[in-house]
Each structure stands twice: as C-alpha cells, then as structure tokens.
Design a protein around this ligand. Sequence first.
Ligand code: SAM
Ligand code: SF4
Ligand code: SF4
Length: 357
Amino acid sequence: MTDRIIPIVHATRMLPAGTAVVSGGTLTDTLGRHLHDLRISVTDRCNFRCTYCMPREVFGNDYPFLKRTELLSFEEITRLARIFKSQGVKKLRLTGGEPLLRKNLERLIEMLAPLDLDLTLTTNGSLLAAKARSLRDAGLNRVTVSLDSLDETTFRRMNDADFSVTKVLEGIDAAAAAGFSNIKVNMVVQRGVNDDGVVTMARHFKGSGHIVRFIEFMDVGSTNGWRMDDVLPSAEVISRINAEMPLVSLDPQYEGEVAERWGYRDGSGEIGVISSVTQAFCGSCTRLRLSTEGMLYTCLFADSGYDLRALARSGADDAAIAGAIAGIWRIRGDRYSEIRTADTTRRGKVEMSYIGG
Ligand code: SAM
Ligand code: SF4
Ligand code: SF4
C-alpha cells in the first residue's frame, strides 16, 4: 500500500419522503425483494486486524474509532429493532467489529430476546469460550464463528494480532456445550493465503454438527487491496472438497439464503459456499445493515447511508421511523455484486468493520 487510505464513514443520504408504513402486508423494493434480515453492528472496534478487513496500516493506534456517545445505546437499538420488526424483519444478526467487545452485550441480547426474532451473532471467537454460556442464557439463538485457517502460522498472519486457532476452537466447543446447535464456521478464502487449508477445514468439522461456510474474498470497503486474482471461486472450493469427500447439492432452506448448501454423500453433515463475487445473489438480497452509530445501509457495498440515529434522537415517533424505513426499502435498487467491474471495485465504499459484516 502506498498512500494512506482514509476509510469512508458516515456519508449521509437524504431520507426519502413518504411515511406509508407496512401493516400486515410485505414491503418490497424496486426489484421486488422483501425486507427480512437486519444486521446490527454493535461496535466498530476489533481485537483482530484481519488483513482483508481491518489492515493494521489503516486501523492503527491513531485510528479514530467512534466515541461512546456516538454509539446507539441498547435502548435505541432495541427500539429500532422493534420498529424494523413492524416492517417485516424476522432475523437479527449482531455483528461488528467484534461484537463481544461491546460492554454488557448480554444485556442487549436480553432486551432483544422478547422481540421473538431469530437472534444471531457473528464473532471472531476470541472471547467466546468465556461468554458462550451467558450469551445463551441471555437468549441468543444461534452463533457464527469466523475461522480462516486451522494452521497456527497462517491464522496468526491473517488476524495480525497473534490470536491462536486453539482459542477459537475452544470458543466453538464452549458454544456447543452451552447448547448452541448448527454452529456456522465462516472461512474467508484468499487464493495464495489460506486456500491450501480448504480441504483440511472441511475435514476437521465433518461429522461435528457444525457447518463450515467458505466465503469468497470480497472487495468490501476500500482498504483491503482486493484483486480478482485473490478470489478462489466457490466452484473450485466444492471441486477440491468433492474430490476427497464426495458432496451432493442440497436445497435452500429459505428464500434469500446466501449460502449454497452441499451435503456429504455419506450423510455426515453439510458445508456451504458464499459466492458473492462469482455468483452474485443480489436478486434475493433481503438485508439491511445498521451501523454502530445508527446509519442504515441498503447494501454491503454502499458508499453512504441514512442517518436513523439523528431521526430517532430528533424526537420522531415510532410511526415516523417506520415510515422512513419503509420509504428507504421501497426505493432500494442495490445490486452491486451483479454489476461489479474493475472500476467499481476501486470506488470508495464503507468499511465492513463499520457497516457490520
Ligand atoms: N468480527 C466478527 C467476525 O470476524 O466474525 C464479526 C464481524 S466480521 C466483519 C463478519 C464476517 O465478515 C466475518 O466472517 C469476516 O470473515 C467476514 N469478512 C470481513 N471482510 C471480508 C471480505 N473482505 N470478504 C469476505 N468476507 C469478509
Ligand atoms: Fe475483526 Fe471480524 Fe474484521 Fe477480522 S473480520 S478484523 S475479526 S471485524
Ligand atoms: Fe445485497 Fe448488495 Fe450484496 Fe447484492 S451486493 S447481495 S444487494 S448486499
């Protein structure tokens, strides 16, 4: 990297006019997609510096992370989640940054649990061994753990924070012991970096009840130096695993499922591939993302968002916020992965650690 890259944060779009909320029916965007999932980033901080997400030369000691007063409070998050539910959201994923770094996260989960949404969390696993039980007791339904390699050297090189594989595996075991089932294990695959560990990863979790999902390295944000050559297409992931452990294609479980499912022919479990680069799934993208400070993004690759925190703090009532959300969804036409070109990959976009992966 030559020039220092300043990540884009909080570029704001005007809220659309119109307050026609949904009651009973379903909200559709300009491409006929329903609103179904909300990802909420609860912190923009992380104790890892994954080279593909928060490269240390950009996210260094002097990086201006958000201040406490800028974050949505638990009360604000819970209120917004309730309003999103009224507009059709059924699934809530807490993410970040590293969500387990947010103080008293269990309290937030307790506050969200009565909403009766499918409540999930994505974590790098470093603090999971200590927290799995309390997260479960607080009402978390499911957990996804990121793990890019089982090889200590490769893993440490990728997280760039000297965290060990063992610690993450202990976190996964603790989550299973606490009663989480169908635990997902996310591996971002980068050609020439960790792709030699794809088959090892699949073999390690085969028969464990956990589901490894191989994710194509994406051009999120503008700091990770993404190149198409670094992407290992999911088709190749499947072919490498299938050559050693035969696979069969499985049907999706619900509309908008991002992972393509494959089962081991011997019945010993399943894996998934998320092919956002080589096989875009924008046509069924039902997700919104709420950043740590309350900016709402309609696409992972957005360059600007809608300031829901300002709206909520301006005294707007629930109906007005619901109307804004409905208006934002109705005019949504994002399909970045379908129209990705060499030019778009170089454009400024918000960072994954800020928007919530
Ligand atoms: N810190 C938590 C973690 O790593 O699980 C949650 C946030 S992280 C941004 C969410 C997911 O996004 C992780 O599974 C991570 O590997 C993935 N991710 C981050 N940058 C990515 C990229 N450039 N391409 C593909 N996946 C990425
Ligand atoms: Fe942190 Fe997750 Fe990004 Fe890695 S992928 S730097 S763990 S937020
Ligand atoms: Fe959804 Fe945007 Fe990803 Fe397409 S590129 S699947 S619209 S988040």
